[in-house]
Design a protein around this ligand. Structure first.
Ligand code: ACO
Length: 331
């Protein structure tokens, strides 16, 4: 049986650190409020010249090095991002160019914070079908460009960064199961409108103007509803993992959840009956980096020696769409 195995990880965090005290100077908030409600103490903010492609390229380079794989051997590049450098070409093509990866399959996916689990599942299909034998997944997010810096209810939650993994075809177990879900009926709970659609308004009939004027170029979020749905949907995932995929909780060595909020992470760990010692948490210093949060946390825990070869890791995420899902992998 052919598996898709994660054989290398990489990450990049912009050097500029923005603390809760920095937010206290900008909006009516306090370190105490942010820590109590979210567990976040600081986040990294990209420099003016940094982009999803530039950050993603660095993370990908590190993943290639750790996997000991040459760029020329990559046959599939998947990039998850909500902040692509361009509407087209895909950020995957820009990273391909930066890394001098020869002609291959390269495209972006949009699944908001669930981007990494979606990308793992897609890459697994390509590898298991024999279409490719080595794949690069990059999740790169510039959330600081999507927030309204004067809206205290959202601005304190997000940060920038990129994470990457290399997958290869293997006869030894790798990805064991994935589950992906989406429900577009929840589209208004968490969204950013496409600002580009505003730009040509002068050429569009007057009746359309009102719609265009109402576009929101920054993150709009119904925080409490998202919170409740996150806890409920991630709870359902756990039933799915146990019943459909016949995986017992004892088989899971580590949980790497999407890092949105410490309270959501704790509630999910409780439902899994996993002690917090088995949960990799980076939300305190990374905040929410959307799709990049899981591969960044994975990279940190692999490099600091917590996650060891042969251990089983459960990744789970929920985000705008709503989209949600999981992937279970033996490393
Ligand atoms: N500092 C101080 N006060 C604030 C801040 C802030 N940064 N933001 C909001 N408040 C105030 C509100 O104005 C409100 O004041 P009021 O009572 O005078 O009206 C009060 O705090 C309570 O606001 P709520 O929105 O009810 O606060 P809540 O306890 O729900 O916490 C939070 C807000 C942290 C956003 C929470 O709802 C949450 O974590 N939701 C999940 C959303 C999330 O994680 N989104 C990330 C993207 S989705 C994802 O990745 C899964």
């Amino acid at each position: 049986m052919k598996y898709a195995r994660i054989i290398g990880t990489g990450g990049y965090l912009p050097p500029n650190i923005f603390t809760n005290a920095d937010w206290e100077e900008r909006v009516a908030t306090t370190d105490e409020w942010i820590v109590e409600r979210t567990g976040i103490k600081s986040r990294h903010i990209a420099g003016v010249d940094e982009t999803a492609a530039s950050m993603g390229t660095i993370a990908a380079q590190k993943a290639l090095e750790s996997a000991n794989v040459a760029a020329k051997d990559i046959e599939l590049i998947l990039v998850a991002t909500g902040t692509p450098d361009k509407i087209f070409p895909a950020t995957a093509c820009l990273i391909q160019k930066n890394l001098k990866i020869p002609t291959c399959i390269a495209f972006d996916i949009q699944a908001a914070c669930s981007g990494f689990v979606y990308a793992l599942s897609i890459a697994e299909q390509y590898i298991k079908s024999g279409t490719v034998s080595k794949a690069l997944i990059v999740c790169s997010e510039l959330m600081s460009r999507l927030i309204d810096w004067s809206d205290r209810s959202t601005c304190v939650l997000f940060g920038d960064g990129a994470g990457a993994v290399i997958l290869e075809a293997s006869s030894a177990p790798g990805i064991l199961a994935t589950g992906l879900y989406a429900d577009g009926n929840y589209d208004k709970l968490l969204y950013v409108d496409n600002q580009q659609l505003r730009e040509n308004k002068n050429y569009i009939s007057k009746t359309s103007h009102q719609y265009l004027e109402n576009l929101h170029p920054f993150i709009q979020m119904q925080g409490q509803r998202v919170f409740k749905l996150a806890v409920a949907k991630l709870g359902d995932l756990i039933k799915d993992i146990q019943l459909k995929h016949k995986i017992t909780l004892e088989e899971i060595d580590w949980l790497i959840p999407h890092q949105a909020n410490m309270r959501i992470i704790q509630a999910t760990a409780d439902k899994l009956h996993l002690p917090m010692e088995k949960v990799i948490c980076t939300v305190e210093t990374h905040s929410n980096t959307s799709s990049a949060s899981i591969p960044l946390a994975l990279d940190i825990a692999v490099r600091d020696g917590r996650i060891k070869k042969g251990q089983t890791v459960l990744f789970e995420a929920i985000g705008g769409g709503l989209t949600w899902g999981f992937a279970l992998a033996k490393l």
